[in-house]
Design a protein around this ligand. Structure first.
Ligand code: Z5A
Length: 214
């Protein structure tokens, strides 16, 4: 059995990650048809994706009756959820030969906690290596969008959660960090997510066809 692939979708809120995941599924299904073999697809989200990680997601997203969630506690909650998901769901799926599509992964912590909250790079890299060792996605699609457009889309869906209520400067730092990571890592492909959805979909299909080589 060949090892599967881990594909992650990243971006600010409202960038269209749910839509992008559906496009990735479509591309993998096309590959399945061409190869004439069924490819298992597993979809995950972070924080979340296991019973414990979903509980940690609820803690992460909630207002805690006035208790301040410190930035370090927030970061450790995210890594506790992540390692549960990686060890219990993602690695076994990859070992079965599945394609795992992740709605966010470690790059979110590097961008939101590293750049957004202001943890330094050495601290972030040390924590990442301690928890995840050398585990990383095979491919990341970064959906780039100015925060004012993404947040407007998120706002249309209803009430904003704890992170979504951060200042615009927070999201500007997060976006700048994502763009910097994408510039320095060939496994991260940037998609302009501010374009009309049909154009975004065409671009995702093109990136996926090239990457999957079909
Ligand atoms: N977080 C963190 O800080 N650190 C970490 O390590 C991790 C996460 C893992 C997760 O919340 C929060 O956790 C997130 C980062 C933080 N914080 N915030 N804020 P979540 O999972 O609830 O939310 P999200 O990940 O940000 O997802 P989202 O808001 O649902 O965004 P999305 O999935 O990208 O959006 P969407 O639902 O696909 O699209 C939004 C709307 O836009 C929808 O109505 C679409 O139809 C529409 N859309 C999509 N594409 C287009 C285009 N091209 N044009 C027009 N309209 C479009």
């Amino acid at each position: 059995m060949t090892q599967g692939k881990f594909i992650v979708v990243e971006g600010l809120e409202g960038a269209g990650k749910s839509n992008a995941q559906a496009q990735i599924v479509k591309a993998i299904e096309a590959l399945s048809l061409i190869k004439g073999q069924q490819i298992e697809i597993v979809q995950t989200r972070e924080p979340g994706g296991t019973p414990l990680a979903e509980k940690l997601r609820a803690i992460f997203k909630a207002e805690l009756n006035g208790e301040v969630l410190t930035h370090k506690a927030e970061l450790l909650v995210l890594y506790a959820a992540r390692i549960q998901l990686v060890e219990n769901i993602i690695k076994p799926a990859l070992a079965r030969g599945a394609f795992v599509i992740g709605d966010r992964h470690d790059l979110s912590s590097q961008a939101y906690q590293g750049a957004g909250r202001g943890f330094d790079t050495t601290f972030m890299n040390t924590l990442k290596t301690l928890v995840l060792e050398d585990f990383k996605p095979d491919l990341t699609l970064y959906l780039d969008i100015p925060p004012e457009i993404g947040l407007a889309r998120a706002r249309n869906r209803g009430q904003l959660d704890r992170i979504e209520q951060e200042a615009m400067s927070f999201f500007e730092r997060v976006r700048a960090a994502y763009l910097g990571f994408a510039k320095n890592d060939k496994s991260i492909k940037t998609i302009d997510a501010s374009l009309p959805i049909e154009t975004v979909n065409d671009e995702i299909q093109s990136v996926m066809r090239t990457w999957l080589a079909y």
